[in-house]
Write a protein that binds this ligand. Structure first.
Ligand SMILES: Nc1ncnc2c1ncn2[C@@H]1O[C@H](COP(=O)(O)OP(=O)(O)O)[C@@H](O)[C@H]1O
Ligand SMILES: [Mg+2]
Length: 327
């Protein structure tokens, strides 16, 4: 990709635990273009939030970034000072957290919460910040007068839209959405995602979209990366992920979701359970659950490899690396 907005290179994140070091994110590399929606999929515990937290440098002990680069417009944010990070967060990249609905402060009005963020990062006066907050509420279809209300006076879907509006407050170039709709019912989920998509079209920000719901992800993402036990195992345009996956794990994920349009098929799922990250075998991490496992899979690991234009996988079924990863 030429001139990506974000370029993650060989990112490793470790958690120091009493039982030993857990590498929750292992040599993860991918790019996100300006204005692109990049989906990150995979079972619970595979490392999606760990990658997201790295992009905002929000890890606290026992977690730490042990290797890699995170380039934003070509600059490595891992080398930024803490002061520089303060201006980077929210202004250049913001985040809607998992369980965002509970991220609002229950004892402050929405005006106070919006103005806090805006005034902390800009030179705006309280009056100007209030005006900006009113505009943001309108953007997410909530009447500006509701700024005087407290979080409990809003429905779950509205609270989620408020959190998204706060993430938009400083016009960031990228927003990370970590399971932004998981706690909502399916109808509200879709409404929120349609809103996010419309806002992205209007304002041009890129989105790192994290969810374990692959069908929602396919609908709203341009490209998708699939993680398994801390590694990125496949990256492809979203229409290819379900229809023509190259990694057996992605195949398994795809067969765990019913198709809304295709013929009725039996959902098979993926037998077995994810790896214990304290006990990683040599070779491929998916070997114990893979239907196509070969001897080489138990002996040798393989890097993410280009299989066809824009489609990368790290599976021995497709041979040795043809091209070094630059997805
Ligand atoms: N506080 C922690 N202490 C130790 N290990 C952790 C901690 N948080 C996460 N992990 C490890 O990191 C892995 C990835 O977690 P996470 O990024 O939250 O996964 P996901 O968002 O995909 O569900 C987990 O499987 C776990 O092994
Ligand atoms: Mg998570």
């Amino acid at each position: 990709m030429t001139n990506p907005l974000v370029s993650i290179r060989n990112l490793c994140v470790d958690y120091i635990t009493d039982a030993g070091d857990v590498r929750a994110c292992s040599n993860v590399s991918f790019d996100i273009a300006a204005g692109e929606v990049f989906g990150l999929a995979g079972e619970s515990g595979c490392g999606k939030s760990t990658v997201a937290f790295s992009l905002m440098r929000l890890h606290k002990p026992p977690a730490y970034i042990s290797a890699g680069e995170i380039l934003f417009n070509g600059n490595d944010i891992l080398k930024y000072s803490d002061e520089r990070m303060q201006t980077f967060r929210w202004k250049e990249m913001s985040m809607v957290f998992q369980s965002a609905m509970n991220a609002l402060n229950p004892v402050l009005t929405m005006e106070e919460q919006f103005c806090d963020v805006i005034m902390c990062h800009t030179n705006m006066t309280r009056h100007q910040a209030r005006k900006r907050a009113e505009g943001l509420l309108e953007i997410v279809d909530i009447h500006p007068s509701r700024l005087n209300d407290y979080p409990h006076q809003f429905s779950g879907g509205m609270r989620q839209r408020l959190v998204i509006a706060i993430a938009l407050a400083l016009n960031p170039k990228m927003i990370i959405m970590d399971e932004p709709t998981t706690a909502l019912d399916v109808v509200v989920q879709r409404e929120i995602l349609q809103k996010i998509y419309a806002l992205k079209e209007e304002f041009g920000f890129a989105v790192l979209f994290i969810t374990h719901d692959l069908s929602l992800m396919v609908e709203f993402s341009d490209r998708i990366g699939v993680m398994y036990s801390g590694e990125l195992v496949e990256v492809a345009p979203s229409n290819k992920i379900l229809n023509a996956p190259y990694h057996p794990y992605t195949e398994g994920l795809a067969s765990s979701f019913p198709s809304l349009t295709g013929p009725k098929t039996k959902l098979t799922g993926i037998p077995g359970s994810p790896l214990n990250l304290l006990d990683i075998p040599s070779g491929c991490r998916f070997q114990a659950r893979c239907q196509h496992v070969k001897d080489i899979c138990r002996q040798k690991s393989i890097k993410l490899t280009q299989i066809e234009p824009s489609h990368f996988s790290n599976c021995h079924l497709y041979g040795e690396p043809i091209t070094q990863i630059k997805c």
